[in-house]
Design a protein around this ligand. Structure first.
Ligand SMILES: *[C@@H]1O[C@H](CO)[C@@H](O)[C@H](O)[C@H]1NC(C)=O
Ligand SMILES: *[C@@H]1O[C@H](CO)[C@@H](O)[C@H](O)[C@H]1NC(C)=O
Ligand SMILES: *[C@@H]1O[C@H](CO)[C@@H](O)[C@H](O)[C@H]1NC(C)=O
Ligand SMILES: *[C@@H]1O[C@H](CO)[C@@H](O)[C@H](O)[C@H]1NC(C)=O
Ligand SMILES: *[C@@H]1O[C@H](CO)[C@@H](O)[C@H](O)[C@H]1NC(C)=O
Length: 378
């Protein structure tokens, strides 16, 4: 240990920053100095930012897990970041309740169980979980809570993470009109919810589910359809000022195309596909408030781009009749069949490991958290 302590602390920090979360958790037990360093919020945030886009892992949800014996999991993380080796680690036993994952936000996933309106936070790298208090709301008369959306991010002003939970209520017949909406905000530090009064949210008819983790520089973004059938815009929410705004898209992907919003390499990326007359993909990138086109590529697939991966490859679902997830290189047009069962757009996640802690002081919940499948409930 003496030798280790002779290394200047700045050098030690640089070395530790290169390690994975799992190695750092082990290093925490080596000595008090390392323990203090690895727990330090500024180390945690530098470690998170020192990833680059190539460091992300693939997480998938497998909706067909009951009928595909080759892939008997609901959620799994793929270990090799280049996807040359397709071994994976199943995440199901880490989920304290059955539900749907959203995110990730700075490496944190959100687990939502709609029927009981229960929300958990999960850090799958550190295996921490946190049950959030119930977010109460009243469903207005003659409506149904038909849609919900999440966003989450860090507020540097209050040094706090905030989770925003949007709900839209339609009439009892379903999807036609948004009659009312409700916005709640959860503060990680306060461990409590509060309501925000936002009337204009009613104007946004449909928010694209797959864009729910497009958080960048203190702002959450969703791809939304404004006033049914009119146009797609980006709905943004500033985590510090708590203000919603609208951002225009560079094109209007409505005409026969589909689109996807996400954060790649610290920029907002918009992937669109449309017929022109061949099927054409475009990747737009927003830098300093302006959209620039990064790439266009034609391809004979009818399914749109699912998610950007790395090095100008995107995930595609396979064409008619086939069941696998494909990786398409937009430059060489090469396709790689990953053999992973077909998944929908919002079932593919790019994930950076993080040390961000979600455990609260004096939180014993983990001790009592018996995984749901032990009881075979629900
Ligand atoms: C992307 O390209 C870089 C540099 O060519 C390479 O090191 C990296 O492995 C590639 N990433 C993937 C996922 O193929
Ligand atoms: C909703 O309906 C209930 C039962 O019919 C009624 O008691 C309540 O006053 C109604 N609330 C509003 C806001 O109209
Ligand atoms: C946390 O609680 C403080 C004090 O009650 C309050 O001023 C602050 O707005 C709360 N933060 C959030 C994000 O709700
Ligand atoms: C990421 O952004 C930086 C800075 O704009 C740029 O230099 C770099 O080439 C980008 N990397 C990728 C993989 O797009
Ligand atoms: C991973 O981290 C890099 C660097 O901070 C960032 O550019 C990228 O968008 C992050 N990816 C995800 C999925 O959070």
């Amino acid at each position: 240990m003496r030798n280790v302590e002779n290394i200047p602390s700045e050098v030690m920090t640089l070395i530790l920053l290169k390690l994975s979360v799992i190695s750092l958790l082990r290093c925490k037990c080596v000595c008090k100095t390392w323990y203090a360093l690895i727990k330090n919020p500024s180390f945690i945030s530098t470690h998170l930012k020192s990833h680059n886009n190539d460091d992300s892992h693939l997480v998938v949800r497998n909706c067909n897990y009951n009928c595909d014996p080759a892939y008997p999991f609901l959620y799994a993380v793929f270990i090799d970041k280049t996807l040359k080796d397709l071994s994976y680690q199943v995440l199901d036993s880490q989920l304290p309740i059955p539900g749907e994952l959203f995110g990730p936000y700075d490496g944190l996933f959100l687990l939502y169980q709609k029927e009981y309106n229960r929300i958990y936070l999960l850090n799958i790298a550190t295996r921490e979980t946190r049950a959030l208090p119930q977010c109460r709301f009243v469903v207005p008369n003659m409506t149904l809570a038909t849609r919900f959306y999440f966003g989450c991010g860090y507020d540097p002003l209050s040094d706090d993470y905030k989770l925003v939970f949007l709900r839209q209520f339609s009439d009892e017949n379903g999807y036609d009109d948004v009659l009312d909406s409700h916005v709640s905000l959860y503060s990680f530090n306060n461990d409590s919810w509060r309501d925000l009064q936002v009337a204009e949210l009613r104007r946004y008819f449909w928010v694209e589910y797959s864009s729910q983790n497009s958080y960048l520089n203190g702002v959450c973004h969703w791809l939304a359809l404004r006033e049914m059938g009119s146009k797609y815009v980006i709905l943004s929410f500033d985590i510090s000022s708590e203000i919603f705004q609208e951002i225009d898209l560079p094109t209007h992907p409505l005409n026969g195309g589909c689109s996807m919003l996400e954060v790649v390499n610290d920029s907002l990326y918009l992937l669109t596909g449309s017929y022109n007359p061949e099927f054409e993909f475009s990747i737009w990138m927003m830098r300093d408030g302006c959209w620039t086109i990064r790439l266009t590529s034609t391809h004979d697939y009818e399914n749109g781009p699912m998610r950007y991966w790395k090095n100008d490859t995107i995930f595609m679902s396979h064409g008619l009749g086939a069941e696998h997830l494909l990786l398409l290189d937009l430059n060489s047009k090469e396709e790689i069949d990953l053999g992973i069962p077909w998944v929908a757009r919002d079932d593919v996640f790019r994930y950076n490991e993080s040390l961000v802690s979600i455990k609260r002081e004096n939180d014993f919940s983990e001790v009592f958290d018996i995984p749901w499948h032990v009881f075979g409930v629900i």
